[in-house]
Ligand binder design. Structure first.
Ligand code: SF4
Length: 268
């Protein structure tokens, strides 16, 4: 089940409409969220995905996302906790430390980087650098080497040259992102970036193809590494043709297998 804890954004990335359409950052009441989490679990929820446009900026009267995760995981019955979408700037040490103590927080960190080039990040007004991103990655890997990262990438952002693109490729090679999303830059009316000179469509498409191939290869490698392994799967449903059960691993990898309906809603 998804549980919205936060809305809006104050960051004003130059490509994004959220601050204009959803307004400033707003965090919902801690107690109300806890109450809703209890209700969801009472109704059978095993996995809670905490949602927000800037979910890790959550701050209700000084209570942060780290506290919320640690409180929710005390509720009997909840098995898995995730949160999305987060911003590198709000990846604070208290949240990183939750990965040390939490038993329920899943080891897949979805942390959009958008580009591997500091120049492009600056043009995007992203307010983080590759150095800070790598610091977060290294801190989390030190806590748990099995943690994996997924990300969002905007390819061919206005001003991205070959070197910038190479930096993105280098970052993908270094972090080995799995389960990531990548798109060619597309201007949104009313944003700063909508007035910028777009990169040639053919070059944009070529760059996207290269990135997607890399990300796909990472995914395949990850999936291959699971062959002949026993992993935990939260069973969600049957496939459309009803022939198999469908579930997800801790890393959101889809798993199909034969089994009885009683397994739906269980971790097997
Ligand atoms: Fe905010 Fe994310 Fe949009 Fe940037 S991309 S303005 S952080 S919602």
């Amino acid at each position: 089940s998804f549980l919205t804890i936060q809305e809006g954004c104050d960051k004003f990335c130059h490509f994004c409409v959220v601050p204009y359409t959803r307004g400033p950052e707003y965090s919902r009441s801690f107690d109300q969220i806890m109450e809703e989490a209890k209700q969801l679990i009472d109704n059978g929820t095993k996995e809670i995905i905490l949602l927000g446009q800037n979910v890790n900026a959550y701050n209700f009267e000084g209570l942060h996302l780290s506290k919320l995760i640690l409180e929710i995981e005390k509720l009997p019955g909840v098995e898995r906790i995730r949160y999305t979408t987060s911003h590198p700037k709000d990846m604070t040490d208290d949240l990183i430390d939750v990965y040390k103590s939490s038993k329920k927080l899943m080891p897949l960190v979805h942390l959009p980087v958008q580009s591997g080039s500091n120049k492009v990040l600056d043009l995007m007004n992203r307010k983080h650098t590759i150095k800070t991103y790598l610091e977060i990655f290294n801190k989390l890997k030190k806590i748990n080497p099995n943690i994996k990262f997924s990300s969002d990438f905007i390819i061919a952002y206005p001003g991205e040259d070959e070197n910038d693109f190479e930096d993105t490729i280098k970052l993908i090679d270094e972090i080995k992102f799995i389960n990531s999303f990548s798109f060619i830059f597309s201007p949104r009316p009313g944003t700063v970036a909508s007035d910028l000179h777009e990169i040639d469509k053919k070059i944009s498409r070529e760059r996207l193809e290269i990135v997607q191939q890399k990300l796909f290869n990472n995914q395949i490698k990850m999936n291959k590494s699971l062959e002949d392994k026993t992993i935990n799967v939260l069973v969600e449903n049957r496939t459309d043709d009803r022939s198999k059960l469908f579930g997800r691993s801790e890393y959101m990898t889809s798993v199909l297998f034969s089994g009885k309906d009683e397994l739906i809603g269980k971790i097997v």
